[in-house]
Design a binder for this molecule. Structure first.
Ligand SMILES: C[S@@+](CC[C@H](N)C(=O)[O-])C[C@H]1O[C@@H](n2cnc3c(N)ncnc32)[C@H](O)[C@@H]1O
Length: 226
């Protein structure tokens, strides 16, 4: 694990373009701390990969390191492709990908800014088994993916106070359309497909999926298709 971390190109880290955002300047000893495995233990350390305005969104919008580890353990099957539906700045994929190099993690994200920060963080951590796609999930070929992570991505369509920003349109109609799209996609998946929902509504999961774990005050649910 330390070896992987050592692979990080420190020069690239120091000079990466988004370091010029309003992040605090770091000397090299702070940099070593940030790049140690503690990066994957504490949210504060991990979120420090991102600029201030993205860090501020973390408690409400990005998966915590703890949850990402648990979800990753369940979804990471050997040689499988796991998709984060609405990947934001990539926190789930990056944490899960670090601990499960034998699985490939993909994230699709509609907001170009969030996609860009996910890509930059991936380059800094230097994970070869993580990829991000910029686009709307309705345009994705879901046949290419085996298992899925779903952190209530459509909620901002029905709860305006929870908006991430104003970069995309939100509406009740979009909430219904996206939810129906994901439901139908999951319904077509073969038996043994794994799904993790975090803060999801049970109605968004087709009945063919069996609930095998329900934790974190019933917010974190793990499902396997029968
Ligand atoms: C609650 S955040 C979760 C981010 C990430 N999965 C995580 O756990 O850290 C949901 C993300 O889904 C994205 N999203 C919502 N609808 C989408 C769509 N139709 N296509 C692609 N991304 C979408 C949002 O832009 C937002 O970044």
């Amino acid at each position: 694990m330390d070896q992987r971390i050592m692979q990080v190109n420190v020069f690239k880290f120091l000079t990466a373009p988004f370091r010029s955002f309003e992040t605090d300047k770091k000397d090299s000893s702070m940099l070593d701390d940030t790049l140690s495995p503690s990066l994957f233990r504490k949210d504060n350390a991990f979120d420090d990969l991102y600029p201030e305005h993205i860090r501020a969104l973390s408690p409400m919008h990005w998966t915590s390191v703890d949850i990402a580890k648990k979800a990753g353990e369940f979804l990471a099957m050997p040689d499988a492709k796991v998709l984060d539906i609405g990947s934001g700045v990539g926190k789930f994929c990056l944490v899960a990908g670090f601990f499960h190099p034998g699985t490939t993690f993909y994230g699709i994200e509609q907001r170009s800014e969030l996609f860009t920060f996910a890509e930059m963080a991936r380059e800094e951590i230097d994970l070869l088994n993580v990829s991000f796609i910029h686009g709307n999930l309705t345009e994705l070929a879901f046949d290419d993916y085996d298992h899925f992570y779903f952190y209530n991505p459509f909620y901002e369509n029905i709860e305006p106070d929870s908006r991430i920003d104003y970069a995309v349109k939100t509406s009740f109609e979009l909430y219904d359309r996206y939810s129906r799209f994901v439901y139908e996609m999951l319904d077509k998946k073969p038996p043994e497909t794994r799904l993790v929902t975090f803060h999801g509504a049970d109605g968004q999961v087709p009945p063919g999926y069996r609930l095998v774990s329900n934790s974190y005050s019933r917010f974190l649910k793990m499902w396997i298709k029968e």
